[in-house]
Ligand binder design. Structure first.
Ligand SMILES: Cc1cc2nc3c(=O)[nH]c(=O)nc-3n(C[C@H](O)[C@H](O)[C@H](O)COP(=O)(O)OP(=O)(O)OC[C@H]3O[C@@H](n4cnc5c(N)ncnc54)[C@H](O)[C@@H]3O)c2cc1C
Length: 510
């Protein structure tokens, strides 16, 4: 049984995303892509919205905010949702381009993401899963170009090489990380590992760890790890903490062999924006009030209530606020009283993820293609199914921190050169969302440097008075994943329900 919902949606033009037509220089660049995520009309808000005291205001309609808002209205709480963009989904959204779905941000889903699959099940999408890998697709090999020229490996050879290197890299305790990260949701210490042991391991970066084991790795294997870390974290091996990789390894079951199933294989066939839209429509049906295209500028707490002011000068008051702004965006809003010194320090240091993700539509069948170029302007490539019937292939590619090296908005032609390094290809169009210049993300999903988590994670997760801070960027478990956003949204909504008063069906009679 599933929740009834308006579907199929109509894809409407969002302000977000870009198309690049190769060969036309910067004249080939066009902003805006169609998505099911656009909310039109952008507002549903009562005339007295500024006079009343809301039980909760949720800021941000990414997955954290959507889950929180839906859970709150479902529990009968008077809830207002404010979002800066014209669409739902935040850093997860899908563009609909001439009959093909392109995931611009968060993409892959996995059976180990329990909250996410529960939502897919609830909204009728549990079985609606497609695969990035195409069995029997064209160009089914792995091109490796890691310093001594480009050559082709079979997909099996490439996996075996990566797994061997990864095991050596991760096996810091002789138990594939089990003794240091036995309970990844409590990665800063728990009944099986002390805080001191975690602090010691949090001191080292991924590059430190690679250097420790470099004599056991071939040059290609070393390069594969040095590129896989930034592929996962959007940073560099040098600026990513090793504890982050231990946690990821623990969450995927202490083996590299599940990496594909947990990270890069399954997608929602109808696109992420369909799921986001279904959650939003459910909340709408239950009475949510909302305003899109309304960036929030400040939070002022006085007499236990919080006043939220938007860029357009609207001011709304609530007993509680769930603020889901990503870490990199927090400096753009004001808090009165100010945030703690420790949180300010954490925000100022920030996280390491400054990734690039691009899609290309290429002529012919390259559905089986995989590859790694390192050092390179794009690190990994995935053939990702046909586009437009069977005429061309969708290619997806990622880079880590490319700031100062490749700016897709200023040098889009460089994307084409970088893609062609993986394989000869005729590129028809390139599609991307530049998450770094986007004022409502300013970065990718958060991965942290050595020493950061043990110093700041508890503070990031803590509340600021009656403003609850919830975002995938500081989730306990699948941080930097959709699953982590859902964790954060559900927990924050529970706290608000508890505090603003919830009455069970059978009230206790004393
Ligand atoms: C390129 C890329 C690839 C990814 N791949 C995967 C993947 O394959 N699988 C996976 O599980 N995860 C993936 N992720 C991570 C996943 O997308 C995020 O963890 C998740 O979407 C974060 O959700 P969130 O609600 O916590 O934050 P966000 O989605 O960032 O939501 C915050 C919301 O706040 C809004 N906002 C910002 N500023 C303001 C303001 N001033 N006023 C009002 N609203 C504001 C934003 O517009 C946004 O809607 C990827 C992310 C990116 C960018």
């Amino acid at each position: 049984m599933t929740i009834p919902s308006r579907n199929p949606f109509e894809a409407k033009l969002s302000h977000d995303g870009h198309t690049y037509n190769p060969g036309k220089g910067s004249a080939g660049l066009h902003p805006g892509l169609k998505t099911y995520g656009v909310i039109d009309p952008a507002e549903k808000i009562g005339a007295a919205a500024e006079e009343k005291v809301w039980e909760c205001i949720v800021i941000g309609a990414g997955y954290t905010g959507l889950i929180a808002a839906r859970d709150l209205v479902k529990a009968g709480k008077q809830t207002l949702l404010l979002e800066a963009r014209d669409r739902v989904g935040g850093r997860t959204w899908s563009a609909e381009i001439e009959g093909t779905t392109f995931e611009m941000g968060g993409t892959w889903v996995s059976h180990v993401h329990g909250r996410l699959f529960a939502e897919m099940q609830r909204y009728g999408l549990k079985d609606s899963v497609s695969m990035t890998r195409t069995e029997g697709g064209g160009a089914a090999y792995f091109t490796i170009d890691t310093g001594s020229g480009s050559r082709r490996l079979s997909l099996k050879e490439a996996s075996e090489m990566t797994f061997r290197a990864w095991r050596i890299f991760i096996n810091v305790d002789g138990q594939d990380g089990r003794s240091l990260c036995p309970l990844p949701y409590s990665s800063l210490g728990n009944s099986r590992v002390s805080r001191e042991e975690v602090e010691a391991i949090d001191k080292i970066s991924c590059q430190d760890r690679i250097d420790q084991v470099a004599d056991q790795l071939t040059a290609d294997e070393k390069a594969l790890i040095e590129s896989l870390v930034p592929h996962c974290t959007g940073g560099t091996a040098a600026n990513t903490g090793f504890l982050e990789m231990l946690r990821a390894q623990a969450l995927q079951g202490y083996t590299p062999e599940t990496f594909e199933e947990c990270w890069t294989l399954y997608k929602i066939k109808e696109g992420q924006s369909t799921l986001a839209r279904k959650i939003f429509d459910d909340a709408d049906r239950l009475g949510l009030q909302y305003a899109f295209k309304q960036p929030v500028r400040s939070f002022v707490e006085k007499d236990d209530n919080v006043t939220v002011t938007t860029a357009s000068g609207m001011a709304y008051k609530a007993k509680r606020v769930i603020n889901t702004l990503p870490l990199a965006v927090l400096p753009t809003v004001q808090f009165d009283p100010p945030l703690s010194k420790l949180r300010q320090e954490a925000i100022q240091i920030g996280h390491v993820n400054h990734l690039t993700k691009v899609h290309a539509e290429v002529t012919g069948d390259l559905r089986g293609l995989r590859g790694c170029t390192f050092p390179g302007e794009l690190l990994y490539v995935y053939g990702d199914g046909f586009c437009h019937g069977d005429e061309s292939t969708r290619i997806t590619s990622f880079a880590g921190d490319n700031r100062g090296v490749l700016n897709p908005l200023q040098q889009p032609e460089k994307l084409v050169t970088a893609l062609k390094r993986f394989h000869p290809m005729e590129i028809k169009k390139v599609y991307f969302h530049d998450w770094l210049s986007d004022p409502y993300s300013l970065a990718g999903p958060a991965w942290y440097s050595a020493g950061y988590l043990t110093k700041y994670l508890d503070e990031l997760q803590s509340r600021h008075g009656n403003v609850l801070m919830a975002n995938s960027d500081w989730a306990s478990g699948w941080r930097a994943f959709i699953e982590g956003a859902m964790e954060q949204g559900a927990l924050a909504a529970d706290i608000v329900m508890e505090e603003v008063g919830i009455q069970g069906a059978n009230a206790v009679v004393s």
